[in-house]
Design a protein around this ligand. Structure first.
Ligand SMILES: [Zn+2]
Length: 447
């Protein structure tokens, strides 16, 4: 009786076990995903690869090449005539800020945002902005401050935990700045708002303490506002910031505009100079020799008219449009000078608002057109938005190219961005870490 029962149990186990085994084998196979398309941009080599096959296991790329055999049981995502390229990297954004043009200017928006929104509320706003970035093909951002106290770190953690969907975030926590940060005029009692948004530094000791505090708070990099009007961080303080950050192998991003501020940033040896709308040739030379990236946060000329508030009079509109047109042209000139001087460019949008009815992501991908209008080639622009961004973010071992061992952060367009960079405004497929975020290639086009 006993042995018979044991025998029955053994048979039952066999019956149950075999489908279980084959099911788990299937699960292992389903773990492998293959993405293929007509073309792929090999950004490092600067060439187009025909019939690429990307084999992905879990969140990473296992193998990539033209015409590779599809492993048995793998899930195949065929993007037909599309072009694959690495996920876009926006090296300068502000996900936890979204200004309203109705409030006219940055000063008003800053006060309202900081006075009325908690870091928690801003992190939730950031979740929306981040999702919109990711859906537009931006799989990684460097978020450079204006996040309240550590709101950016909270959002990064939420995305990493999978609580919300968004890009990889390299966070700076609060920006370091001279008195007042980037606030406009504030009454004495209202100046308490400043510390919600900036860490004010004056001395070398302040600077060192602020850098150490940022890393304690969870920063991946440091952001410094070198100048705001006549308030300028000293060269000595800048050197201390760079030394303190580099000592622990972290990078420094410097907001700097004008001859003096850009020179202080370059002399101090920061890793990137943001904006640099005005920058002299000798500083560009220094940036090239010290391998300091420029992050030109420019917009295409055609869009500047959208900055004019609807309530503006005809006269105001004319005046603003003329000023914006001159600004765009000056930006083209300085970017041309920078590229000619050998300064490396990393793409950054400085989006803290949305243009018209576009999503945050759709607004952020408009910078490439501005770079094109400044004479950069599509390949130079794509490099700025992928491999250069990865290096500036110190993530070159993980992101920025479609290579074995890297995260499967892949986007696809129906046209070829190396021929027309505006294709980057129309990304149709987005994968982050092996997971499909978006796929508009419903019917694979004819190959
Ligand atoms: Zn910015």
């Amino acid at each position: 009786m006993h042995s018979a029962r044991r025998g029955t149990v053994a048979v039952l186990l066999l019956l149950v076990a075999s489908p279980l085994l084959s099911q788990s084998a299937k699960a292992a196979d389903a773990h492998v995903v293959v993405v293929r398309a007509a073309k792929m941009l090999d950004v490092k080599a600067g060439k187009v690869v025909a019939n690429p096959v990307v084999i992905i296991e879990g969140e990473r790329i296992k193998e990539v090449g033209p015409g590779l055999a599809v492993p048995a049981g793998a899930k195949v995502i065929d993007l037909g005539g599309g072009t694959l390229m690495p996920g876009l990297i926006d090296a300068h954004t502000h996900l936890l800020q979204n200004y309203d043009f109705a409030f006219r200017d940055d000063d008003n928006n800053m006060v309202l945002t900081v006075a009325q929104m908690s870091p928690a509320e801003r992190a939730l706003l950031g979740a929306k902005m981040g999702r919109e970035d990711l859906e537009a093909g931006i799989t990684t951002v460097r978020d450079l401050g204006n996040s309240g106290i550590n709101g950016d770190v909270a959002l990064r953690r939420a995305i990493n935990h999978g609580w919300v969907t968004g890009p990889r975030i390299v966070a700076s926590t609060r920006a370091l700045a001279a008195a007042g940060g980037q606030f406009g005029k504030l009454q004495h009692d209202a100046q308490a708002l400043v510390e919600q948004e900036y860490v004010e530094i004056a001395t070398v000791d302040d600077a060192r303490r602020a850098v150490q505090r940022a890393f304690y708070d969870g920063a991946d990099c440091i952001k410094v506002i070198v100048n705001t009007g006549p308030r300028v961080v000293s060269l000595e303080a800048m050197k201390a910031i760079v030394e303190e950050a580099h000592r622990v192998h972290k990078k420094v991003a410097a907001h700097a505009i004008g001859d003096d501020a850009t020179r202080i940033a370059a002399e101090a040896g920061v890793d990137s100079i943001e904006h640099a709308y005005i920058v002299p040739d000798d500083v560009l030379k220094m940036m090239a020799s010290k391998k300091i990236f420029m992050v030109p946060t420019d917009y295409p000329e055609k869009l500047y008219t959208e900055f004019v508030p609807a309530t503006a009079t005809t006269e105001e509109r004319k005046e603003t449009e003329a000023r914006m047109k001159k600004f765009a042209q000056d930006n083209h000139d300085r970017l041309k000078r920078a590229v000619a001087a050998g300064v490396r460019i990393a793409a950054g949008s400085d989006e803290y608002y949305q243009m018209g009815k576009r999503t945050r992501g759709e607004s952020s991908t408009l910078i490439y057109e501005a770079y094109r209008d400044s004479g950069m080639t599509p390949w130079q622009i794509i490099e700025a938005a992928t491999v250069n961004g990865a290096e500036l973010l110190d993530r070159q071992d993980r992101i920025g190219s479609i290579e074995a061992g890297k995260f499967a952060d892949i986007v696809a367009t129906s046209g070829d961005p190396s021929l027309d960079v505006t294709e980057l405004e129309k990304v149709k497929f987005v994968m982050k870490g092996g997971e499909v975020v978006r796929n508009d290639f419903t019917q694979p086009p004819e190959r």
